[in-house]
Design a protein. Structure first.
Length: 298
């Protein structure tokens, strides 16, 4: 069976106002030389954003300030530019961050059926690596299921090539917010399958450039998600769950989270270590919350 990868489209145009569009061509001259914008600047911005307590991204003002520090560090002595909240640098970068969010969807065997997805969501079974049996307390390897790790790898791949920016202390930024997004994405996809809002189109023996997962026989499996805002992977629909997940994720120790990242590296296109901190929280979980029991696992 193939492993199906859901990825976002990658447009390089961002709407600005009613009659103007910013494109990569509008970026400051020279910033794309040597692929620095795509392979260094954007991965560094995504790394910073992936460590935020708010998984769905910072406010424009905070993003602009951080991007200015990153710009000054990467392009120091070469390209001077003051980033504006309404300018091309911020707008095009935000589009790439949208792609970064969209890339944290899910790798899932297309033969999965509703009963499997339902079983995986019960008691949050899908986040455990070793989840055989029906007794949740016997499950081990929390946060380390292949579904979760492979989805989280989208962030590791996207941020490959980043640099450390001393003024932002990026070396100490963890990827916990990105990890929460990955888990939410897995949950969302399983729920779509249960509700019949995610199906697969199979094109037999396709040799074209059609996107999807390819089997050994050459068949292409393409995911089809029901259209509508209520089915989108967005903050209005899934933000509440992501924030709830952040509690137990932030409560993990540095060593525990570093170990999770290490396991995810096996699925990454590039081997690159990520140092993680910001580990504890003083907030107590709500005992009525469906995610409250996650604080009990370490």
């Amino acid at each position: 069976m193939p492993v199906l990868s859901f990825t976002a489209n990658e447009p390089n145009i961002t709407q600005v106002g009613a009659n103007h569009q910013y494109q990569n061509n509008d970026l400051p001259e020279g910033c794309q030389d040597g692929n620095t914008w795509r392979r260094v600047f954007i991965p560094t911005v995504a790394h910073w954003a992936g460590g935020e307590v708010e998984p769905w991204g910072p406010e424009d003002e905070d993003l602009r300030d951080a991007m200015q520090e990153i710009w000054n560090y990467i392009y120091r002595g070469k390209i001077q530019h003051e980033i504006s909240r309404s300018g091309a640098v911020l707008k095009v970068a935000k589009q790439r961050l949208m792609e970064w969010h969209g890339g944290t969807l899910i790798d899932l065997d297309p033969a999965a059926r509703e009963d499997f997805s339902r079983a995986m969501l019960k008691h949050n079974r899908f986040i455990f690596r070793d989840n055989s049996g029906l007794v949740p307390k016997d499950w081990t390897g929390m946060w380390r299921s292949p579904f979760v790790l492979q989805t989280f790898t989208s962030h590791l791949n996207f941020t490959f090539g980043r640099v450390e920016v001393p003024n932002l202390d990026t070396e100490s930024i963890s990827a916990r917010a990105a990890f929460a997004l990955a888990i939410t994405a897995v949950y969302r996809t399983l729920q779509l399958i249960i509700d019949g809002n995610l199906t697969f189109e199979v094109v037999q023996g396709s040799r074209g450039k059609r996107k999807g997962a390819k089997t050994d026989g050459g068949d292409i499996w393409t995911p089809i998600i029901t259209k509508g805002e209520q089915f989108a992977f967005s903050k209005p629909i899934w933000g509440h769950m992501t924030v709830k997940l952040m509690g137990p994720i932030v409560a993990l120790s540095d060593d525990a989270f570093a170990s999770i990242v290490g396991e995810a590296q096996q699925y990454a296109k590039h081997a690159k270590s990520i140092r993680n901190s910001r580990t504890t929280t003083s907030e107590a979980p709500d005992e009525d919350d469906v995610f409250a029991d996650l604080f009990a696992f370490r």
